[in-house]
Design a protein around this ligand. Structure first.
Ligand code: HEM
Length: 452
């Protein structure tokens, strides 16, 4: 896309007319914060603090045009230099956190591994795992959808990405993954912190967790290298991948860093989407019946990637879950130069927050935004600015590389579970928690019965 009007001709974005306390709260409560700033100051607003040398200036962007002007830039004008990206480099430099220049080649190398065709090759494990889990739920009677979908997605990532049957170890990996995410959230929400060399208990716990995760990753790389012919998932493709322009391959350390981010970026996001979808259907028997009927039309067998075109309503349920409960409620960048965003100027050095959750809940962009209505996505083919109002996977050059993988997993997972079970949500609210990605903040209890 072309760059918007030159920033020197645009007026400076307005400062949000809010007390410091409310500005800080808007930064800490990732999902609803940007919407509150937009209500007070309009779709693009600055949050300036003193002292300026200690706390950077922020901008909140909550309009589709604003999102386009930030996320659509292909020249690195809004780069991944935000504190969250720098902090996450403690876990390695990967396609998620690399700045623009080194990112270009890395994404070029990885992109072919995430096309629909490739994903279909290594990501077919969802139905089997989901069917096993659903039968276990029926035996239990009552389950916590949050805990259970986290287990499921870790199992599936274990098989599809690492080529490992994690079995019981999937449960063991849950706590270290959670701790690493919590550490990252804590660091990015606190502008003032202990110096890097200080051995705090939190750092010690984080390093231990990191070691546990890395041990599994190393095991996956070794196993794939020893037996390249086996069904070893994405890791096998990573070992063989090269940059289509330069022919350069990834080093073992780079492969390890990429696998790490696939685990961190792909686990809680997909599990929350599944948990929220199941909870929503568990509150609405009519919608749930429509999913069940769609699945029963396919016959009593394990679902495969070829069934996706026939699971259109199930996919709409997933989209609606991603709208109401986007696992990435905000998308953050740093302005590397002065830039025009939705007609106003954002100065270089500003930390920019695009409010995806705020736009997904904006009544001027969606009718009855709080209503769970999957049919709003029937025939949804957004064009022009409209396509920037729905950002579950981000947008522009740095949009989610795992979007096909995530849609495949969640659609097959939801269809398989609803095809076998009736879900009745026992709580009227879905508890929102915020450890980095938007996840459930507590148990999501549901009563499960068999459909057969
Ligand atoms: C429902 C599931 C998922 C959601 C909602 C989601 C959401 C997102 C979003 C919003 C971004 C853009 C972040 C930004 O612009 O700063 C992103 C980037 C990314 N996601 Fe996902 N994601 C999901 C699943 C996955 C999976 C399964 C994987 C890997 C297997 C993955 C890997 C990544 C990576 C590597 C990036 C960085 C891409 C880049 O900067 O080039 N995600 N994701």
């Amino acid at each position: 896309m072309t760059a918007p009007a030159h920033p020197s001709t645009a007026p400076l974005a307005p400062e949000a007319p809010l007390p410091v306390r409310d500005k800080l709260a808007a930064l800490r409560v990732f999902h609803t914060g940007p919407g509150k700033v937009a209500a007070a100051a309009g779709p693009v607003a600055l949050l300036t603090f003193t002292p300026r040398w200690l706390i950077p200036r922020y901008a909140m962007v909550c309009s589709p045009r604003g999102a386009r002007d930030v996320l659509g830039r292909t020249d690195g004008a809004f780069d991944k230099q935000h504190i969250v990206h720098r902090q996450s480099q403690a876990f390695g430099r990967n396609v998620f956190n690399l700045p623009h220049e080194p990112w270009l080649g890395r994404r070029r190398l990885l992109q072919p591994l995430f096309t629909r065709r490739h994903v279909a090759e290594y990501a077919g494990h969802m139905s089997t795992s989901a069917a096993r889990l659903a039968d276990d739920w029926i035996a239990r009677g009552t389950v916590d959808l949050d805990e259970q979908t986290r287990r499921l997605t870790l199992q599936v990532i274990g098989r599809s990405v690492f080529g490992l049957d994690l079995g019981e170890r999937a449960d063991e990996l849950g706590p270290p993954v959670k701790l690493v995410l919590q550490w990252l959230t804590g660091r990015s929400r606190r502008p003032v912190r202990a110096p890097g060399w200080l051995p705090t208990p939190a750092r010690h716990r984080m390093r231990t967790s990191l070691g546990q995760i890395r041990a599994v990753i190393d095991e996956a790389i070794d196993a794939a290298r020893m037996d390249p012919g086996r069904d070893a998932g994405l890791v096998t493709l990573l070992l063989a991948a090269d940059d289509p322009e330069t022919g350069v391959r990834l080093t073992d350390e780079q492969i390890r860093d990429e696998l790490f981010v696939f685990l961190i970026a792909g686990r809680d996001t997909t599990s929350t989407t599944l948990a929220f979808s199941l909870w929503s259907l568990g509150r609405d028997p009519v919608l749930q019946e429509r999913v069940a009927q769609e699945v029963s039309g396919l016959g009593p067998r394990a679902l495969t990637v070829d069934d996706l075109p026939k699971l259109a309503f199930t996919a709409r349920v997933i989209h609606e879950a991603l709208r109401l409960c986007p696992p990435a409620p905000i998308i953050v960048r740093s302005a590397m130069q002065d830039a025009t965003v939705d007609g106003v100027r954002i100065p270089a050095g500003t930390q920019v927050i695009v409010g995806a959750y705020a736009m997904h809940h904006d009544p001027s962009l969606w009718s009855e935004p709080e209503l769970f209505d999957p049919d709003r996505f029937a025939g949804y083919r957004p064009v022009g600015d409209d396509r920037w109002r729905f950002l579950p996977f981000g947008a522009g050059p740095r949009s989610c590389i795992g979007d096909h993988f995530a849609m495949l997993e969640t659609t097959l997972g939801l269809a398989t579970i609803i095809g076998r079970t009736r879900v009745e949500s026992l709580d009227a609210d879905f508890p929102i928690g915020l450890p980095f990605t938007l996840t459930a903040g507590g148990p999501v209890p549901a009563r499960i019965t068999s459909r057969s």
